[in-house]
Design a protein around this ligand. Sequence first.
Ligand SMILES: *Cc1c(COP(=O)(O)O)cnc(C)c1O
Length: 424
Amino acid sequence: MKELQDLYINDLQISVKAQKHVNDAHNLITEAFDRVENIEEYHQGNIIRCMKQCQISERHFNPSTGYGYGDDGRDTLEKLYAMIFGAEDALVRPQWGSGTHVISDALFSLLRPGDAFISAVGQPYDTLNDIIQSLKEWGIEYNEVELTSEGSVNLQGILECIKNNKNIKLVLIQRSRGYSWRQSLSIDEIEKIIKAVKKQNPNIYIMVDNCYGEFTEYMEPCHIGADLCVGSLIKNPGGGLAPTGCYAVGTKEAIEKLSFRLTAAGIGREVGSYAAGYRAFYQGLFMAPHIVGEAIKGAILTAKLFEDLGYEVLPKWDEQRSDIIQSIKFNDDKALIEFCQGIQWASPVDGHVVPYPWDMPGYEHQVIMAAGTFVQGASIELSADAPIREPYIAYLQGGLTYSHVKLALMVVITRLAEKGYIVI
Ligand SMILES: *Cc1c(COP(=O)(O)O)cnc(C)c1O
């Protein structure tokens, strides 16, 4: 057997100093793992409860073809999602090709010409820009309420906006930080927005972009009154196994409207087959609480490491989390690129490939994306993205195992030290 030291130094290009540095950081953060494990255990138990109640069996994993009428695997998976996410109903479909796709369908399904909607937390995720433009072409008005200068929700601003525009039909809440330097919204904060908006006008839809947020806290947005909540299966709830697709959970009414947009009015949820079968979606959902826990532990370690090296990080290692993203402010484009290339180098797939900044569809700036993943682009697997714009922030997320994240950080620390960006 190769000694670990020998493996690290000779095969994985990890310096002795970097090993020690990362191991020391690990030893200082284990107290923060307790909360992560409590949440994981709660969701694991709840998912088993729901799977038993739905009497999940081998037959639910079967493939379907053609129209997919009466597809039991699909319909039961949707029932399971609704139960787990505290919603009346759900759609879980491989036909949605990305998170942006389901968000777009959700907005188009709930809004009509003459309506208006607002983002409650400032500018939303980059890829929504073109969707908002398209909605405007259909005569749908859009506004955003900025966060306060301290980065918290401007509840007064949201309520004023609603009072001044009777056409507002929907409030969009993005739970995760996405590509912006702000905290993710906790479930408590989301609940405050929902309560206040519904008190002023119960007919306004609350839609939550739940991408990266699933299973990071005890509750999900529909438990606290969201009408529609959507996310991607190649992020948290797919548990690293779901090969593609998205989910939507919400009220019966919202889900029916969305189903008419997913396929066609009148046909809705009744069609949609999947010849590859649903096993990976069920197993991925079962694995999701653990995988999310591993990813969060990796994020906590990343935060501690870079905090101690003098970088500004968000969130700090011991702060509560409502998504799996860890932001690190590099203030230097070359160090940022070195960081992302190090993450890619330590990947199980395409570890021999070097990522460079590139123009990506839907993004305003060039973006560098490190993702050596089994499922293409799956950011529940260890990945790092960064738009190349000041102050050069890396967004690290995912990690199917904590050990992989730890090892990748050792590689990154070695490389950053060799190039002189850090001193350890
Ligand atoms: C990932 C993500 C999306 C959707 O992104 P896709 O790349 O289209 O899957 C939207 N909002 C947030 C906050 C996200 O993290």
